[in-house]
Ligand binder design. Structure first.
Ligand SMILES: N[C@@H](CCC(=O)N[C@@H](CSC=O)C(=O)NCC(=O)O)C(=O)O
Length: 284
């Protein structure tokens, strides 16, 4: 079955195009909007490599594209960037009963929910790993060389997608990821509701657990602001450093003095991450 893409917006940017598309997601059971940056090289037909960017709590496809300042270097590098939304959306998709920002809409946590009423729509893992890349690869001049990165909840998402899928991504990085969701309040709430109370089930969605058994030791690049207000309670990079060290998994954690959790921080270091991904994506 072919999936129709409806163009929602198009903006020329650094000689390429930022576009937004709506489509029907079979996996999520709702309409979704994603953003794609097509660098100028896309006009020559490609195929170009793709960086998937996973955003954090409260975000849509728009935050990264509007605030990170990634288009200038992506245009130079010939890198396509795809930014999905952060949860299923629309009428009939359940939300946090109190409308809290850290669960439900805007907070899909990149897992496949098993608990009701979440299990029908909250399958962001399958969406970002399988359904969306298949759609991108069928409709745009891209290759099957993929990288993945993200911020906070999306940093957690990028890490688990890479760790759970050896060979699927050529590189992975994260900004201020929720490194050990089994052991922080945001993670307790999300994993407890989406997956149920049995903490054994959470292990398949926690980078600190997955790294111990990862079949491929893809080097992890992480930037973390030292003045991030979520650092101590929610992000816990030291847990990932310990888990990586026990597993002998290569990890570069760059602690950045004075930086907070915002897109001002991401914009300051996004070029390093794009270059990291471009090197891996263009390696023979
Ligand atoms: N109370 C805040 C919390 C939301 C927030 O800080 N969201 C971050 C990601 S946090 C972890 O996933 C974010 O990226 N916000 C969007 C932005 O453009 O900065 C709130 O409700 O704003």
């Amino acid at each position: 079955m072919t999936t129709a893409l409806e163009l929602v917006a198009a903006n020329k940017s650094f000689g390429g195009w930022h576009k937004r598309y709506r489509h029907r997601s079979q996996v999520l059971g709702c309409d979704m909007v994603f953003a794609i940056y097509l660098p100028p090289q896309a006009d020559q037909g490609g195929p170009l490599p793709v960086l998937y960017w996973l955003s954090g709590l409260t975000c849509t496809d728009e935050n990264f594209m509007q605030k990170a300042g990634a288009q200038r270097l992506a245009a130079e590098l010939g890198l396509v960037i795809v930014a999905p939304d952060t949860s299923p959306r629309g009428d009939g998709v359940p939300d946090d009963p109190e409308g809290a920002y850290d669960f439900g809409l805007g907070a899909g946590f990149y897992v496949n929910a098993t608990e009701q009423p979440w299990a029908r729509h909250y399958r962001m893992y399958d969406y970002v790993v399988s359904e969306l890349p298949a759609l991108i690869e069928a409709n745009f001049p891209v290759s099957d060389r993929r990288a993945i990165s993200g911020h906070s909840m999306g940093g957690h998402g990028a890490l688990i997608c890479a760790l759970k899928n050896p060979g699927r991504y050529q590189s992975v990085s994260a900004f201020a990821p929720i490194s050990n969701p089994s052991n922080c309040p945001w993670g307790h709430k999300a994993l407890g509701n989406y997956l149920g109370a049995d903490r054994e089930a959470w292990k398949a969605w926690d980078a600190c657990e997955l790294i111990a058994t990862a079949e491929q030791q893809l080097p992890l690049l992480i930037d973390q602001g030292e003045d991030d207000s979520f650092l101590v309670e929610q992000l816990k990079p030291e847990a990932l450093v310990l888990a990586a060290s026990k597993a002998g998994h290569p990890l570069t954690l760059r602690r950045q003095p004075g930086y907070d959790h915002s897109y001002y921080f991401i914009a300051s270091f996004i070029d390093d991450h794009l270059s990291h991904h471009a090197r891996a994506l263009t390696d023979a």
